[in-house]
Design a binder for this molecule. Structure first.
Ligand code: PHE
Length: 468
């Protein structure tokens, strides 16, 4: 330590050391949590769900759910995690031993399987698009019709879809096997800002395409007649899915957050970037949809068929195509890591498995569950068009990504609001210097508004038969 007798100098030195240490650690957490939150949910799921539900009104309801339900649940999960320093099941166990509450964490682990099983299929497709982009397939005269064809050919090849899914799961397993990886975090630190810059360049291109204004109108014109109960349910599911809530991922990630870090501000930063990125993706895709003469209701294939048409209209199109799909695959990977980590952490912490065994066994189990999702992309498969026009993948996406997460969020709110207690949670959040003037408001949201609102949406969807 400095032996300076100059008091001012000393205090400057210590504030510097303290604030630098604090900043870099909070930054590390924000990065990991944002890595989990930002992924295919923002770039793939958000735009096509907006497209299927008529645009602007859906976006507005989604934003409302992010603010009123997503942010409070995020803070609830993070404080549970940091307070207990345990993962999904263990956190409930530590706060309320000898009760049935740990089963809520168990539901989260199950949900992790369900989400990872279809997520890895879509993530696998990004690898194939990366390969095609590098081959120059999307540059040199590439039309909307061709783009539909390319997607159709890829998804009706079962060997390709199953193989790509396996490849992505193995990639995920290799990272999770090494524990909380400094490598992927360091990589994400450099790559996520680059991703943002590339997205903004693509937005710049998309909004200046001829016919782009129709896309902007679609995204921002509030036509509530197009938004039924199913749309409201999807907006809720999307708000939770996008921030990785309702299944314990943020409990697990909160458990790695240091006590001296400002938890609410870290949480709000993650929420801000996650929501901002979804909107950026919308600004990129909808102008391009209309410019290429494609349909916004195309469903899960929307991002694949639309984005492939944009690179041909850009200088250095090949570079942007490769960068876009490469970074999309990386964004997906930082999310699949967090999904597998929730599952693995359970078997390591609660069942005393070795990390190695947990990773490979659970990856294999996930792959088994993923195969029907991968096969269902083939339109002539019996797994396509299972209910209405939804294939197996769509159903897994809706059941786990909307319903499991919503039900999980209700239980987490009830637990934190009524069992563990708002006062305990707020005390946890205040450690690390947060003033938290909004604590009483947060208490009301977690105890009453969130559980009641989610239950109303679930009942409304059930009562009007709008499950999907
Ligand atoms: N939030 C991630 C995304 O938007 C998906 C995810 C959901 C990750 C739930 C973890 C838990 O891509």
């Amino acid at each position: 330590m400095s032996r300076s007798t100059n008091a001012t100098e000393d205090s400057i030195l210590s504030t510097n050391v303290a604030s630098r240490g604090k900043w870099s650690s909070k930054f590390g957490f924000v990065l990991a949590a944002a890595g989990s939150a930002i992924g295919l949910g923002n770039i793939w799921r958000f735009p096509y769900t907006v497209g299927e539900n008529g645009g602007g009104a859906f976006v507005l309801v989604y934003l409302l759910f992010v603010a009123l339900i997503g942010v409070p649940v995020l803070l609830a999960e993070l404080s549970m995690g940091r307070s207990t320093e345990r993962s999904a099941v263990g956190a409930f166990k530590k706060l309320m031993p000898d009760s049935w509450w740990p089963a809520v964490g168990g539901l989260g682990v199950l949900c992790g399987f369900g989400i990872l099983s279809f997520y890895s299929v879509i993530a696998g497709l990004t690898l194939s698009y990366l390969y095609m982009a590098a081959q120059g397939k999307f540059t040199g005269g590439f039309t909307g019709a061709e783009s539909e064809q390319v997607f159709g050919a890829l998804t009706s090849n079962p060997l390709a879809t199953v193989g790509l899914t396996a490849a992505f799961l193995v990639l995920t397993a290799l990272v999770v096997r090494g524990g909380i990886s400094g490598g992927i975090e360091r990589a994400a630190k450099i790559l996520m800002p680059i991703f943002l810059v590339i997205l903004l360049i693509l937005v710049g291109r998309a909004v200046t395409l001829p016919g782009a204004d129709e896309g902007l109108r679609f995204l921002f014109a509030f036509d509530f007649s197009k938004l039924g109960a199913a749309g409201i349910m999807s907006a809720l599911g999307q708000a939770l899915f996008s921030m990785s809530l309702g299944m314990g991922a943020m409990i697990t990630y909160g458990s790695y957050l240091r006590k001296e870090d400002n938890l609410p501000s870290a949480g709000l930063t993650v929420a801000f970037f996650d929501t901002g990125l979804a909107l950026v993706a919308g600004l990129m895709i909808f102008p391009a949809v209309f410019a290429a003469g494609l349909e916004p209701e195309a469903g899960p294939k929307l991002i694949f068929i639309v984005m492939a048409t944009i690179f041909d209209t850009l200088p250095f199109g090949l570079f942007f195509a490769v960068a876009f799909y490469g970074l999309l695959a990386i964004a997906a990977l930082t999310s699949t890591i967090s999904l597998l980590e929730v599952i693995v952490a359970y078997f390591v912490d609660e069942r005393s498995w070795t990390r190695e065994k947990a990773v490979w066994m659970m990856t294999a189990a996930c792959f088994a569950l993923a195969v029907p999702s991968a096969l269902s992309l083939n339109p002539s498969s019996s797994l396509a068009d299972m209910v209405d026009t939804n294939d197996f993948l769509d159903l897994a996406n809706i059941v786990f990504g909307n319903y499991f997460l919503s039900i999980g969020a209700v239980f987490i709110c009830l637990f934190v609001g009524w069992k563990w207690g708002v006062a305990n949670a707020v005390a946890e959040m205040r450690q690390g210097g947060a003033k938290l003037f909004a604590a009483p408001l947060w208490g009301v949201l977690v105890r009453y508004v969130c559980p009641v609102a989610v239950i109303i949406v679930l009942i409304y969807a059930a009562a009007t038969n709008s499950y999907l």
